[in-house]
Design a protein around this ligand. Structure first.
Ligand code: PLP
Length: 378
């Protein structure tokens, strides 16, 4: 264990505490922030939000991008765009950050948990197919859950730590079952599956720019889609559903104050300029970790087949829960921050009664995976 701590300290060239992931502001951040403040356009209107949306859409290869205050808001709106309503059901994975399930719950919909694959840590297409075949039927072009009588409107897979799940197979299954695919791509900016950017396979995709993500605006998020109608609707309901007018305030439905402020966008535009550099640094770190852990007979998690991962959070797979706890204890007591997986969603009080498949892979991973320091080394 001491050897691991030494290696990480050497890699990050420090003897101080090493956080799991810290942001790097080594580009035009201060310049754009100053410019933004000088312009007085610090709130929901301004050139940086517009620039960001254009640049982001270009980078991921989607037609439209709509910036939001955070990733949870982006997911919330994405689900509304997928026509998810109160009492509908939404399939997702038990191994995810709480935001995925919170967004589903804000609408009054209920999650159904389908197991993940061991190699991707994301939703398993085989398990999804089995669940649907055993529990659902299509009635009037809707996927009806025979157990509850409710409609399954959407499916939200997540690309865990930036490693893409088998999203093309998931999409195919969703299409057959009339389920709208919404991607939680919060962790996977810069990750590709079969050369296509994650978040662009579904009808809508959501990204996050929280402080710990690969690029950050402090807080921030974005919705991507190729559908012009949905893009317009996303912009409309994230800006209080106000009908554009020179001076009158008329709103045509209940909207949300979810627009990313220009001052956050100023930070984000500067961060986006450095994405390639950040990705290169993370990949280089992954190569170093892989070599070190392999020579020490430990399992470092690498990008799955057919994909290019952003290696946002680096991770090791330990032998069992005892070794995991030992690892967590030793590293955290010795100035190296490491973290276990999130407690599985189906085990949380709010979601413990939700329908689920056998979740043995998620459980296996929960007992063994640990995230290790992953910041960009500059
Ligand atoms: C970060 C994250 C989000 C969104 O989080 P915000 O903090 O609201 O930006 C959503 N889903 C997953 C899986 C995440 O990791």
């Amino acid at each position: 264990m001491q050897k691991i701590v030494d290696f990480i300290k050497e890699t990050f060239k420090t003897n101080e505490f090493i956080p799991l992931h810290e942001p790097r502001f080594i580009g035009n951040e201060k310049k754009y922030l100053n410019d933004c403040i000088d312009s007085t356009f610090v709130s929901s209107v301004g050139k940086y939000v517009d620039t960001f949306e254009k640049e982001f859409a270009k980078i991921v290869g989607s037609r439209y991008a709509i910036a939001t205050v955070n990733g949870t808001a982006a997911l919330h709106i994405s689900l509304l765009l997928a026509d998810v309503k109160k009492d509908d059901e939404v399939i997702t994975q038990p191994l995810t950050f709480i935001a995925t399930c919170n967004a589903i719950s804000y609408i009054g919909a209920k999650p159904i948990f389908v197991d993940v694959d061991l190699d991707t840590m994301g939703l398993s297409p085989e398990n999804l197919k089995d669940f649907l075949e055993q529990n659902c039927e299509i009635i009037e072009n809707k996927c009806v859950n025979k157990t509850t009588g409710k409609t399954i409107k959407a499916c939200v897979p997540m690309h865990t730590f930036g490693h893409p799940c088998k999203i093309d197979e998931i999409k195919e299954i969703c299409d057959i079952w009339h389920i709208t695919l919404v991607e939680d791509a919060a962790e996977s900016l810069g990750s590709y599956y079969k050369d296509k950017h994650t978040g662009t396979f579904g009808k809508v995709g959501a990204f996050s720019f929280n402080g710990n993500k690969i690029i950050t605006s402090g807080g921030g998020g974005v919705i991507v889609t190729d559908d012009e109608t949905l893009a317009k609707r996303a912009k409309h309901i994230t800006t209080t559903a106000k009908i554009p007018h020179l001076y009158e305030y008329v709103h045509d439905e209940i909207g949300y104050n979810y627009r990313l402020p220009n001052i956050n966008a100023a930070l984000l535009v500067a961060q986006l300029e450095q994405l390639e550099k950040f990705l290169a640094s993370k990949r280089e770190l992954a190569v170093k970790y892989k070599e070190f852990f392999t020579t020490n007979n430990m399992n470092f998690i690498i990008e799955p087949k057919d994909s290019k991962s952003n290696y946002w959070l680096q991770a090791v797979l330990l032998n069992d829960v005892n070794q995991r706890n030992e690892f967590l204890d030793f590293t955290n007591k010795n100035g190296v921050m490491t973290r276990p997986l999130w407690k599985l969603m189906n085990e949380l009080e709010m979601f413990k009664d939700c329908q689920k498949t056998d979740l043995k892979n998620a459980k296996y991973l929960e007992e063994r995976v640990v995230n290790i320091p992953s910041s960009v080394i500059s």
